[in-house]
Design a binder for this molecule. Structure first.
Ligand code: SF4
Ligand code: SF4
Ligand code: SF4
Length: 380
């Protein structure tokens, strides 16, 4: 018989197994599962406390404090105040995992045992390919953004034109479009914030408190309503736009890949992802599944004459697709596995790599359209 935890897994759209049972049992007690089961699925409904109390047939005075505690600890999404306050179910990713581990200091201080069960069960669950399978789609949820400075160098070298406002994308599709420029995304945001990266934090906890690499951790960016959420919940820090652009440069310098929602407008976050821990990039290496992340429309063009073989690009490429050609101290790029991030071009000291536009894929206009495409493109 399907028990309550298995039903929650079904509603979340995740693969059910023993590790998932451990995660859900650690995070939700029996009364909380009754609350979760009132929802149809992640973000599908926004219920007030009154409505949830009616659905579980309990007095609102009992339910409201439970909802608030679940919201405070990122087990339930909450928004609004007073009578307009609503609650929604999180998906496992992106949602519950990211916000719980970004707010790891709270979890470590208040519920170390739960944190450790979640950490260990999630790693086993991930390692078996279950997160990748559920997240993968013919229309990936996230998309690679080329580092801004690398794009500006493209323009300086006469290999492209920046378009700030595009009326007809089909006409200008070979130029560098607004949704391809991190700077425009940042400029258009009402509010921006930074928080700890959940994937590297999770791996650090799993690795007994030792980081598995030297990439910066406090570089996970949220915009607008998500910035409001993480700041109000105390684990995100507000940033000026200038500081944010500096943070992005710092991330690219270290070899992190900017990724954002696979949409044209109003993206609510920008990740800075690494090859060892990130649910997407690690997944590309481990499971070779292109449905985890959409490539950018760019590839690096290589000028052999300018290359001094410093090997920065070889060491930093997040996909490990640049290798040395021993006979003549030059490099070669496996374009089949390049994701078009521009980390190589950004970190090349000699202008030997330039990001050039190769494809003209145009993402969905907004989240609603992207989610429809993403869900219908899933194999799970
Ligand atoms: S690795 Fe990337 S996807 Fe994962 S939390 Fe960090 S920044 Fe976000
Ligand atoms: S970073 Fe530039 S100069 Fe250094 S090896 Fe790569 S292409 Fe050559
Ligand atoms: S070669 Fe590597 S670093 Fe350069 S764009 Fe491709 S994936 Fe990124």
């Amino acid at each position: 018989m399907t028990d309550k935890y298995e039903k929650i897994a079904q509603k979340m759209g995740v693969i059910w197994n023993e590790e998932m049972r451990k995660i859900l049992e650690a995070l939700f007690n029996s009364e909380e599962t009754d609350i979760l089961l009132t929802f149809n699925g992640p973000y599908l409904d926004r219920f007030t406390a009154e409505k949830i109390a009616r659905k579980v047939k309990r007095p609102i005075e009992e339910i409201k404090p439970m909802l608030e505690e679940m919201a405070r600890t990122q087990r339930l999404f909450s928004s609004g105040k007073g009578d307009n306050r609503t609650y929604s179910m999180f998906p496992l990713v992106p949602g519950l995992f990211e916000l719980y581990f970004s707010n790891h200091e709270r979890a470590a201080a208040e519920e170390k045992e739960t944190l450790m069960v979640f950490t260990e069960a999630y790693e086993k669950y991930y390692d078996k390919g279950n997160v990748a399978k559920a997240f993968s789609s013919k229309y990936p949820f996230m998309r690679v953004l080329v580092e801004q400075k690398a794009l500006e160098e493209t323009v300086e070298r006469g290999k492209g034109k920046l378009i700030e406002v595009a009326q007809d994308l089909d006409v200008v599709k070979n130029d560098i479009l607004p949704f391809e420029q991190a700077k425009i995304l940042v400029e258009k945001a009402r509010r921006v914030s930074v928080m700890d990266c959940a994937c590297r934090t999770h791996m650090k906890i799993y690795n007994n408190g030792k980081t598995v690499n030297d990439y910066p951790i406090n570089v996970c960016i949220a915009f607008n309503t998500w910035a409001d959420y993480v700041i109000e919940n105390g684990f995100g820090r507000e940033l000026t736009k200038e500081k944010l652009l500096e943070t992005l440069s710092k991330a690219a310098k270290a070899g992190l890949v900017h990724t954002t929602q696979n949409i044209q407008e109003k993206s609510t976050f920008m990740c800075n992802c690494d090859r060892d821990c990130c649910i997407m990039l690690r997944g590309l290496h481990q499971f070779n599944d292109p449905g985890l992340l959409a490539n950018s429309n760019f590839i690096p063009e290589y000028d052999r004459e300018k290359c001094i073989f410093c090997q920065n690009c070889v060491n930093l490429c997040p996909m490990c697709v640049i290798s040395e050609v021993e006979e003549d101290d030059k490099i070669t790029i496996d374009y089949d596995r390049c994701i078009g991030c521009g980390v190589c071009a950004y970190n090349c000291p000699e202008e030997a790599l330039t990001m050039v536009k190769k494809y003209d894929k145009i993402p969905a206009v907004n989240t609603m359209e992207a989610m429809t495409k993403n869900v219908s493109g899933r194999s799970h």
